[in-house]
Design a protein around this ligand. Structure first.
Ligand code: ADP
Ligand code: MG
Length: 350
């Protein structure tokens, strides 16, 4: 019988993925890693929500970044998609392509998946491991009550538009970490050396985005539509508007910014980051006006910050409004993967 060498695919799976911290038991997971396929139950009153994100080294994360941070980010952005559907995390699978088997890297990567997997009771149930240019593909499965998922197509005229958290931090983080941004040469920090607290904040914003699972499981029933903000508010809200066949307005002075964004970036660049930057992973969602009081009470109870930034109207497109309510022109510049700059290992990146 062929015995795999110490760094064979099977050895990697056993040591780094079929571990008790990642591949732990959970109700409904009949069979996890080890057979030709995992077996999972779907309760009769639920839909299985499935979402996948592919992360390519040098494009979606910097070459040479800490493997545990890459892992955390890879799982977080997938969980964020489940939050945007109002689905509860159930389990995930991992497709991993590595140029060579590097034990230290694998140990860091594996430990970086554990925190969110445990926090959301979302075990690793299978995957595939192969050799090639580094890329990470995670597919998450979630459960959502039948016909209760928050679709992009559900926004109605008269609804309020909300966002969770603060906007623009993911894009500003690229600057703070010394990485290239697709937002152009004018997009820069207003300070030469951000404080240590700001640097930590931006590093966390980029590598440890918080998937809004708590908000979505408690208040998702009130969302008429939802999306997670991965490509900038402008482009992501536009998806809701297109699929719902409605228009929206955004009050620019209502857009919430972090203290770090306020202290490190000019007002123009903050707006650019919020509308066109991406990588924020908060939720943008719409709620009927009659449900806003209940929504705000739920968010307050959870300690999750949410902000009403505008309204859904009849028509199409987004109108931006200044502090006095008059229209403001904003040039569209949504993130395009095929024109994206390559992330390089910046001087400030640990
Ligand atoms: P097969 O050849 O049938 O596809 P594999 O040898 O690829 O099986 O995988 C063996 C087992 O290990 C399967 O249960 C598979 O789901 C799991 N597995 C492979 N790679 C990973 C990974 N990166 N993470 C988690 N499970 C994995
Ligand atoms: Mg396989």
């Amino acid at each position: 019988m062929h015995k795999p060498s110490s760094h064979s695919e099977f050895e990697i799976i056993r040591r780094f993925f079929a571990t008790s911290n990642l591949s732990f038991p959970r109700e409904g997971i009949e069979l996890g890693i080890g057979d030709d396929a995992a077996l999972i139950e779907v309760p009769p009153n639920k839909h299985l929500a499935m979402s996948m994100d592919v992360l390519i080294s040098g494009i979606h994360f910097p070459l040479g970044a800490d493997p545990s941070l890459i892992a955390n980010r890879a799982l977080a952005v997938n969980l964020s998609d489940l939050a945007a559907m109002g689905a509860e995390p159930y389990c995930f699978t991992l497709g991993l392509v590595l140029p060579h088997s590097d034990e230290k890297w694998l140990a860091g990567f594996s430990s970086g998946l554990e925190h969110l997997a445990r926090q959301y009771n979302c075990p690793l149930v299978g995957g595939d491991t192969s050799r090639g240019p580094m890329s990470i593909c995670i597919q998450v499965q979630g459960l959502v009550e039948k016909n209760r998922a928050a679709r992009r197509s559900g926004a109605n005229v008269g609804d309020k538009i909300y966002v969770s958290g603060t906007l623009g931090d993911g894009a500003i983080a690229l600057l703070a970490l010394g990485l290239d941004s697709h937002l152009g040469s004018e997009f820069s920090l207003a300070v030469s050396e951000p404080s240590a607290a700001c640097m930590q904040f931006f590093e966390d914003a980029y590598f440890k985005p918080h998937p809004q699972i708590e908000l979505s499981s408690a208040a998702g029933k009130l969302f008429s539509s939802a999306i997670d903000i991965s490509d900038g508010l402008q482009g992501d809200l536009q998806h809701i508007l297109d699929q719902s066949e409605v228009a929206g307005n955004i009050r620019l002075d209502a857009i919430p910014y972090s203290k770090s964004a306020l202290s490190c970036v000019s007002p123009e660049n903050r707006l650019l980051a919020a509308l066109f930057g991406g990588d924020d992973y908060g939720l943008c969602f719409t709620v009927a006006e009659k449900d806003c009081v209940e929504l705000e009470a739920i968010a307050k109870g959870l300690g999750v910050s949410i902000t009403c930034i505008g309204d859904i109207n009849a028509g199409e497109g987004i109108d931006y409004l200044g502090a006095d309510g008059s229209p403001v022109e904003v040039v569209p510049q949504a993130f395009q993967h095929f024109s994206a700059t390559t992330l390089t290992h910046g001087s400030r990146l640990k």
